[in-house]
Design a protein around this ligand. Structure first.
Ligand code: ASP
Length: 330
C-alpha cells in the first residue's frame, strides 16, 4: 500500500472511530430509558427478596424508571445467578445476591455459567445478622436447652434451608458442627416459603436473616435462641448473642451485593452504583432496614471496586473451609 493510500485509510479510520463508539455511548448516556429488572435468586417473601424490593424501589426513584423485582429461586441461588450471567450486558438485568456469590464458586464444581467472570460488580448493599429460630412449640427456651434437644432428637428434627450455598445452609452447617449433631435438612426455593412451614410447625428449626425473622420473633410467632453477631442488635434487644448463649463459634452475617452481566459498559455500572448509593441514603429504606435488624453499608462500599475487592476476598476465605469440609453441591 502506498504511503498516500495508507494515510487516506488512517484518515478514514479516524473519521469513523467516533461513529463506531457512538451507539454504546448514546445508550449509556440515555440510560436508563426503560424499566429495569432485578433478579432475586430466591423465592418471594424471603430475606433476599425483602432487601431487593426495598433497594429496587429506592433505586427506581433515583433512576426515574421502575425497577421490577423478579424471583428466580432454586439450587441455592444458582438458577437466578445463571439468568443474569447470560443476560444482555446492557444494565437492564441485574442480580441482587448474598454471601452465596462467595461460596458458589467452590461449592458448585459444575455450573452452566462463570460464577465469578460472568459478572460486573455494582456495589455492596447490606450485611444482615442471622437468628436461630424454631417453631413455637419447640421443646426448649434457651440455646443450651435447644442444643440438648438437637443432640437427643437429631434424627427426628427437620432443619429448613434454601439449598446448598444459601446462607441458611451455611448457618446450619455451622450450627451442626458446633453442636456436633447432624439434622435432616429440607431445602426450599428460599426461606420465604420455609418460614411458612416453620410457622405452621411442619419444620422444627431454621437459621435465617433478621430481615425475615424479626417481625415473627417480636410477635411471638416463633422461638428464638440467639443472634449470630458479636453484639446484640437494636431490633431484637432481648435476644442473646450466640456467645452469650454459650456457643461463640456460632457466628455468621450475610452480605449482599448488586451485579450486572459481564461486559456491561462502565458508564452504566457507574450510573447504577450512584443510584444504589442514593437508595442506601434514602430515609425510608434506612428506617425499614433498622426495623428488620440491619443497616445499609457505608457509601464507599457501594461502589464497583469496593464490592469486587470484598467479594474476591470472601471467595478466598470460604474456599479452604469448603474444601476442608469436602461438601460439594455436585
Ligand atoms: N437468604 C436466604 C438464604 O440464603 C434465602 C432467601 O433469601 O430466601 O437462606
Amino acid at each position: 500500500m502506498s504511503r498516500f493510500a495508507r494515510r487516506r485509510l488512517l484518515a478514514l479510520a479516524a473519521l469513523l472511530a467516533p461513529l463506531a463508539l457512538r451507539p454504546g455511548h448514546a445508550a449509556a448516556e440515555n440510560f436508563p430509558s426503560r424499566p429495569l429488572t432485578v433478579i432475586v435468586p430466591f423465592a418471594a417473601g424471603g430475606p433476599t427478596d425483602t432487601v431487593s424490593r426495598l433497594v429496587a424501589e429506592a433505586m427506581g426513584r433515583d433512576l426515574g424508571q421502575t425497577v421490577v423485582v423478579e424471583n428466580a429461586g432454586g439450587a441455592g441461588g444458582t438458577i437466578g445467578a445463571q439468568r443474569v450471567a447470560n443476560a444482555r450486558p446492557d444494565g437492564y438485568t441485574l442480580l441482587l445476591h448474598h454471601i452465596g456469590m462467595a461460596t458458589t464458586p467452590t461449592l458448585y464444581r459444575k455450573l452452566a455459567y462463570d460464577p465469578v467472570g460472568g459478572f460486573e460488580t455494582i456495589g455492596l448493599v447490606t450485611e444482615v445478622p442471622m437468628t436461630l429460630v424454631a417453631k413455637k412449640d419447640f421443646p426448649a427456651n434457651t440455646l443450651a436447652e435447644a442444643i440438648q434437644v438437637i443432640r437427643r432428637d437429631q434424627e427426628k428434627l427437620n432443619y429448613a434451608n434454601a439449598g446448598i450455598g444459601a446462607a441458611s445452609h451455611l448457618c446450619g452447617l455451622l450450627l451442626m458442627k458446633a453442636v456436633d449433631a447432624p439434622m435432616t435438612t429440607v431445602p426450599f426455593r428460599g426461606t420465604g416459603p420455609a418460614m411458612q412451614e416453620l410457622l405452621s410447625g411442619r419444620i422444627d428449626l431454621m437459621c435465617d436473616q433478621t430481615t425475615n425473622t424479626t417481625e415473627q420473633i417480636n410477635s411471638g410467632a416463633l422461638k428464638v435462641f440467639s443472634v449470630t453477631t458479636n453484639k446484640r442488635i437494636p431490633a431484637l434487644p432481648n435476644v442473646p448473642t450466640s456467645a452469650e448463649a454459650g456457643l461463640p463459634a456460632f457466628q455468621v452475617t450475610v452480605w449482599h451485593g448488586l451485579y450486572a452481566p459481564k461486559g456491561t459498559p462502565p458508564e452504566v455500572t457507574r450510573r447504577l452504583s450512584a443510584a444504589l448509593q442514593a437508595a442506601l441514603r434514602d430515609p425510608k429504606l434506612v428506617a425499614r432496614f433498622a426495623e428488620l435488624g440491619t443497616a445499609p453499608v457505608a457509601q464507599e462500599m457501594a461502589t464497583p471496586e469496593a464490592h469486587r475487592t470484598f467479594w474476591l476476598a470472601d471467595i478466598a476465605k470460604w474456599k479452604p473451609i469448603i474444601q476442608a469440609a469436602g461438601q460439594y453441591a455436585d
